[in-house]
Design a protein around this ligand. Structure first.
Ligand code: UT7
Length: 332
C-alpha cells in the first residue's frame, strides 16, 4: 500500500495592528530597551485591542487568509485544531468559534493546550488524521491573545509575550514530502515553574485570586531558561542524528521564539549557520503557539520543495519536541 504523508500546502497569519514597544513598556514597569534586547531580544510585540475580542478573533483572521491563499472553500475542511493557552473561554473550544466565524461547517474541531509546544503537538495530531486516511483537509492554527494573561505590573514576564496567530493547511500526498517524523515530550513535574495559578477547577476565580494577581502568567524565568536551552537543543540534535541529516544538509531551523539566547544556543548545538535559523522574536515577541507557524508564514517565499526543516520548541508543562518536515511546494 502506498504511504500517505501529511504535507503543509499553505500558511496564513494575522497580527493585530497595535505595536507595544520597549519604550512604552518602560513607562509601565522598571525596565529598558537595553535590558530587554540583551536578555531576550525583543524590540516590540503586537497587542489585540478591543473589548470582547479573544484569540478566536486572531485565529479566524489567520484561517480566513489561509483559505483565501490556498483557494479552499470552508466546506472542504474536515478538521480544525487550535493550539492555544489563551482560549476565548474555558469551554467551548476556540477551534469551534474560529470554525464558526469563517464558515467551516462540515468539520469537527478541538483545542490542544501544550504550552509553547502547542503547535508541534497539534501539527503531529493533525498529520495523523491525514496519514490514517480519516481526513483530507486539516487546519492547524496557533492563536494566542497572551496580553489577556500578562501581568503588566510584573517586569519579569511582561516584556516577553505578544499576541498573534498563524495557521497551516495539511493535505495528503504520496510524494516524499510533508511531516516526516516527530519527537515529543512532556514532564509534568515542571508545571510549577511556569503556569497560571487560578481560574481552573483547582482554584476557581475568587476575590482572593484576583487580588493576588493569580490569573496571570507565573514564571520562574531562569529555571525555565535552563530546561529550555538543554531540551530544545537535545531534541533538535536527536532529530538530525536519527535521520542522518548534517548541518549542511538541513535547510532551516524553525525554533519557538521565547528568547534569542535559547535560539542561538540551539542553533549552535546543531552546528547551523545563522542564515538558516528563522528569527522574528524582535518584532513579535513570544506568541506561544503561534511563533512557529508565524515564522513559516514570514519565510514562506524562501522555502523550496524538498527542503528539510526542523521545527523545535519548549514550553509550559513542561513540554518540548522537534518535528522534521520536508517542505512541499515552491511559492511563485
Ligand atoms: O516560551 C515558554 C518558555 N519560556 C521561556 O523559554 C523563557 C525562559 N526564560 C527566559 O527567557 C529568561 O529567564 C528571562 C528573559 C525570563 C529572564 O532573563 P534572565 O537573564 O534569566 O534574568 P533573571 O530573571 O535572572 O534576572 C536578572 C536580573 C534580576 O536583577 P538582579 O536580581 O540580578 O538585581 C532581575 O530583577 O534582571 C532583573 N530583571 C529586569 N531588569 C530590567 C528582570 N526583569 C527585568 C526587566 N528589566 N524587564
Amino acid at each position: 500500500m502506498t504511504k500517505i504523508n501529511a504535507v503543509i500546502t499553505g500558511v496564513g497569519a494575522y497580527l493585530p495592528d497595535y505595536i507595544l514597544t520597549n519604550e512604552e513598556l518602560s513607562t509601565m514597569v522598571d525596565t529598558n530597551d537595553e535590558w530587554i534586547m540583551t536578555r531576550i531580544g525583543i524590540k516590540e510585540r503586537r497587542i489585540l485591542k478591543g473589548d470582547g475580542l479573544g484569540s478566536s478573533e486572531l485565529g479566524s483572521k489567520a484561517v480566513a487568509e489561509l483559505l483565501k491563499k490556498t483557494n479552499t472553500s470552508p466546506e472542504e475542511i474536515d478538521l480544525v485544531i487550535c493550539a492555544t493557552v489563551t482560549p476565548d473561554m474555558p469551554f467551548p473550544a476556540t477551534a469551534n468559534i474560529i470554525s464558526d466565524k469563517v464558515g467551516i461547517n462540515n468539520a469537527f474541531s478541538f483545542d490542544i493546550n501544550a504550552g509553547c509546544s502547542g503547535f508541534l503537538f497539534s501539527l503531529t495530531t493533525g498529520a495523523k488524521y491525514i496519514e490514517s486516511g480519516m481526513c483530507k483537509k486539516v487546519i492547524v492554527v496557533g492563536a494566542e491573545k497572551m496580553s489577556s494573561i500578562v501581568d503588566y505590573t510584573d517586569r519579569q514576564t511582561c516584556p516577553i509575550f505578544g499576541d498573534g496567530s498563524a495557521a497551516v493547511l495539511l493535505e495528503p500526498t504520496t510524494e516524499n514530502v510533508g511531516v516526516i517524523d516527530e519527537i515529543l515530550h512532556t514532564q509534568g513535574s515542571g508545571r510549577k515553574h511556569l503556569y497560571q495559578k487560578a481560574g481552573g477547577s483547582c482554584r476557581p476565580a475568587s476575590h482572593e485570586t484576583v487580588d493576588n494577581r493569580e490569573h496571570f502568567i507565573y514564571q520562574e524565568g531562569s529555571h525555565v531558561f535552563k530546561h529550555a536551552v538543554s531540551n530544545m537543543a537535545d531534541v533538535s540534535v536527536e532529530m538530525m542524528e536519527k535521520h542522518n541529516i548534517t548541518s549542511e544538509e538541513l535547510a532551516w531551523l524553525v525554533p519557538h521564539q521565547a528568547n534569542n539566547r535559547i535560539i542561538e544556543a540551539t542553533a549552535k548545538r546543531m552546528g547551523l549557520a545563522k542564515e538558516k535559523v528563522m528569527i522574528n522574536i524582535e518584532k513579535y515577541g513570544n506568541t506561544t503557539s503561534a511563533t512557529i507557524p508565524l515564522c513559516l508564514w514570514e519565510w514562506e517565499k524562501q522555502l523550496k520543495k524538498g527542503d528539510d526543516i526542523i521545527l523545535s520548541g519548549f514550553g509550559a508543562g513542561f513540554t518540548w519536541g522537534a518535528i522534521l518536515i520536508k517542505w512541499g511546494y515552491d511559492t511563485k
